[in-house]
Design a protein around this ligand. Structure first.
Ligand SMILES: [Zn+2]
Length: 458
């Protein structure tokens, strides 16, 4: 058997050399791995929606240990990864090996890899999924793979263009959005690497920036990324460091500061701005109605999944949610505690919120009032940050935290404006500004009034 393998190998080698084509060129995978070391312009993107078993294909795939490429590597045209058991398997030799905690790095001679029929450039690193659990507790309950695409930042941005916006929009608007996306990526690359145990900088979903790999890249996207190469936003006064350049789909008429949404401040966000430009966007205004019982189910689900915020809920509720039924919900907004009614009387906010529908601006906090089913005198009030409640309820339907609520019987209606958190650039507004002839810099400085445009130094 050995002899057969030897002759097969020799034959393949000779064929490659004689034919002289790229596929046949002798490949030293060790050289390949060491050349593609991660540098400061490589972003680590966690891929999503991969399922439990994955197939990676490519031209002369080289596989090596991510941290010790010198320890040798194996080549194949295809790898199958069983994420549940953390095994990587070569279907041609039927050999499998355990994926170590330091990860397995896969790269191809052409620089393009196919992962479950989707194309990615540069390198893929596969880790055991346990490495994700400090950052994402849903990992414990599913067996999704943890695959991180190490990719050149500018190439990454070429794909983000059509994931987050659209290369066919007005050029000045697309360029402004690319600069915001680059700034956000640079910020995450600096922040996330402070934690040495973390193996990725950004997620490939709306949590960070939507990234779907090479299939989404078109020539216009690549052209506009090249045109803005290295440009990012820094605080106007201070060091040339990237800000956390948040952006969102549409603001609904004005943007808001990070403090007002998350209670945390970030450099470069002095104030919210008026936005007369997203009027008419698909989510400029919206309605969402659900029954109290549906809302209770969303709360139970949130308590089960969100360990970070679960602990703010009273133990007596968590012990047995079925004992409590939801009686009322009150929203508290960013406006002052006491509001003036038309007759000139001053009334407490909570009282007003129950009856009157009025614009309180973005909601900061929701208060849920529960009654004990067995003892109606026993009540429970639970306060919750509105942005967390939005995630628990359904961020695709409760599109922003800028809403008014009204309750009728055992149902609740949210009537809101805008889509997304409302911080930083309003994407629909930027699109419209571009169409109206505003320049890239005018768009950026409108939505990020506290910044200057800087360039990455070489
Ligand atoms: Zn807007």
């Amino acid at each position: 058997m050995r002899w057969v393998k030897f002759w097969q190998g020799l034959l393949l080698f000779l064929l490659g050399v004689v034919s002289g084509n790229a596929v046949g060129l002798p490949l030293d995978p060790r050289r390949l791995a060491s050349e593609l070391k991660m540098n400061s312009q490589t972003i680590r993107v966690k891929l999503s929606g991969l399922g439990r078993v994955m197939t990676i294909k490519g031209e002369h795939l080289a596989l090596s240990l991510a941290k010790r490429p010198e320890l040798g590597n194996v080549q194949s045209e295809e790898w199958i990864i069983d994420c549940k058991r953390s095994l990587i398997y070569d279907p041609s030799t039927q050999k499998s090996r355990q994926i170590p905690r330091s990860g397995i790095l896969i790269e191809s001679l052409s620089g393009v890899l196919s992962l479950n029929e989707r194309s990615f450039r540069d390198q893929l690193v596969v880790y055991p999924k346990e490495l994700l659990s400090p950052y994402d507790e849903s990992v414990r309950t599913n067996s999704e793979c943890l695959v991180v695409n190490h990719i050149d930042l500018e190439r990454y941005l070429e794909s983000v263009v059509n994931g987050e916006f659209n290369s066919q929009w007005a050029e000045s608007a697309v360029e402004a959005q690319i600069i915001a996306a680059r700034t956000y990526a640079l910020f995450q690359m600096r922040e996330m690497r402070k934690d040495k145990g973390r193996v990725f900088d950004v997620e490939s979903t709306q949590k960070d920036q939507v990234y779907l790999g090479l299939d989404r890249v078109d020539s216009k996207a690549a052209e506009l990324v090249a045109k803005t190469k290295g440009l990012f936003l820094a605080p106007r006064f201070g060091k040339n460091e990237p800000i956390k350049a948040f952006y969102h789909s549409s603001c609904g008429g004005r943007t808001i500061t990070p403090e007002k949404v998350w209670g945390a401040s970030f450099k470069g966000f002095g104030k919210g701005v008026r936005c007369p430009f997203c009027y008419g966007s698909p989510s400029f205004s919206w309605d969402y109605r659900l029954s109290f019982h549906e809302l209770e189910k969303k709360i139970w689900n949130g308590l089960a999944k969100d360990s970070t915020n679960r602990k703010f809920w009273p133990a007596e509720y968590r012990a047995d949610p079925n004992r409590w039924y939801l009686k009322n919900v009150i929203a508290r907004g960013e406006t002052p505690k006491v509001i003036k009614m038309p007759m000139g009387a001053l009334i407490p906010e909570a009282q007003a919120a129950q009856g009157a529908e009025r614009d309180q601006g973005h909601i900061k906090e929701l208060q849920f009032e529960f009654v004990n089913r067995e003892n109606l005198d026993e009540t429970l009030k639970v306060k919750m940050d509105a942005y967390v409640a939005r995630n628990w309820i359904d961020p695709s339907k409760l599109k922003s935290t800028w809403y008014e609520i009204s309750t009728r019987g055992r149902s609740i209606a949210f009537r809101g404006k805008g889509s997304g958190h409302g911080v930083g650039m309003c994407q629909w507004g930027a699109k419209n500004m571009g169409e109206k002839g505003f320049t890239r810099d005018q768009i950026l400085l409108h939505y990020y009034p506290g910044v200057k445009i800087a360039r990455i130094s070489k």
